[in-house]
Design a protein around this ligand. Structure first.
Ligand SMILES: *[C@@H]1O[C@H](CO)[C@@H](O)[C@H](O)[C@H]1NC(C)=O
Ligand SMILES: *[C@@H]1O[C@H](CO)[C@@H](O)[C@H](O)[C@H]1NC(C)=O
Length: 329
């Protein structure tokens, strides 16, 4: 059973907030109804039928509640790590702050980690709002926007990340969208980005997925109806656990998203944006460095860039072990 799960997981592209359960079907239904609605009601009469604007995933429909406007100007990072995370998941944020975000200087380059949150959709929203404010006062690393933070809104979350980068952090050279349950070997990433043949523009890399069929089985977490995405195959796209890009791309994604119908598979949506922009993603110099899973092994973890983990605790444990003194291999 577990094997089957891993297999399905591996075959499908998965950016479910993996430590979190959501009532997917319910949310899907709402999203779908809404998409229909938006589609019908926001098509301005002046826009020709070939130029429908799909406003729902367009990030400039949402507003920042916390935006840490100054943080890029004062720190002037080379690389910005943008981590989508649920508002209540402070355990994941704290584990990241203690591990791959602990050092702001990596291989001589300034790296900044920020967390992207939507609005809490739970009962204690008011209390959580206060807590988040305090958390941000302490760390200055929360970006929050006013869309509902749900699994089915992950595409909006990604596009809001792009909007923040395009409007608040234009001087960074590179950025990465990286999930909160990832073991990120930041040293290896910065080393990779400094290789002379890594492009400075129109560059996106990660674990590339090719010819992935769109899941049409209604019982699947990754089910996407034809009405939402008609083609049977997704364009090439980077697995959502972590993809890295030159920081000229965010503005291009924000612009192009106006004409790409939203669907909630955020990484496949990025693939759609890339296709429309005519910018193919690039394989990483070492494709083996972007991987889903591996049983813990110090040597392997010291060479990777990403692996998906199962808990915040695992992140702290493995990180501490990988970074302890002494040769890992
Ligand atoms: C964070 O980094 C500092 C030095 O930059 C180090 O002394 C400290 O041990 C690190 N903290 C953790 C939890 O690894
Ligand atoms: C997505 O966010 C919007 C804006 O907050 C909200 O109206 C909608 O219900 C959310 N959709 C889902 C599927 O959660």
């Amino acid at each position: 059973m577990y094997l089957l799960f891993v297999l399905c997981y591996t075959l499908s592209s998965s950016y479910v907030p993996r430590w979190d359960g959501f009532a997917l079907h319910e949310q899907y239904q709402r999203f779908f109804n809404q998409t229909h609605q938006v589609h019908l009601t926001t098509q301005p009469s002046t826009v020709p039928s070939t130029g429908i604007h799909y406003h729902q995933a367009h990030p400039r429909n949402y507003h920042f509640i916390m935006d840490n406007t100054e943080v890029c100007k004062t720190k002037n990072p080379f690389l910005v790590l943008m981590v989508p995370v649920a508002p209540h998941n402070v355990a994941a944020r704290d584990a990241i702050r203690k591990t791959w975000a602990n050092n702001s200087l990596v291989q001589g380059k300034v790296v900044l980690t920020l967390f992207m949150l939507g609005l809490p959709n739970r009962d204690n929203a008011e209390q959580l709002r206060e807590k988040l404010k305090r958390e941000n006062l302490q760390h200055n690393d929360l970006i929050q926007s006013d869309f509902m933070d749900t699994y089915r809104n992950l595409t909006i979350k990604t596009m809001v990340i792009m909007d923040w980068l395009a409007t608040h952090c234009t001087t960074a050279a590179y950025a990465m969208k990286v999930d909160s349950d990832v073991f990120l070997n930041i040293d290896n990433l910065v080393t990779m980005l400094q290789k002379p043949d890594i492009p400075k523009q129109d560059y996106l890399t990660g674990m590339l997925l090719r010819n992935r069929p769109v899941v049409r089985s209604k019982n699947s977490k990754w089910y996407v109806p034809k009405e939402m995405y008609p083609d049977p195959i997704y364009p090439i796209y980077p697995q959502g656990m972590g993809y890295v890009f030159s920081n000229d791309l965010p503005e291009k994604f924000v612009e192009i998203s106006k004409i790409i119908k939203p669907f909630y598979i955020e990484d496949a949506y990025i693939g759609m944006c890339l296709k429309k922009l005519g910018i193919p993603p690039t394989s990483p110099p070492e494709p083996s460095q972007f991987k889903y899973f591996s049983k813990y092994n110090r040597c392997k973890y010291s060479k990777t860039i990403t692996y998906i983990l199962r808990s915040a605790k695992q992140l702290v444990k493995y990180w501490t072990d990988v970074k302890k003194p002494g040769p890992p291999c």
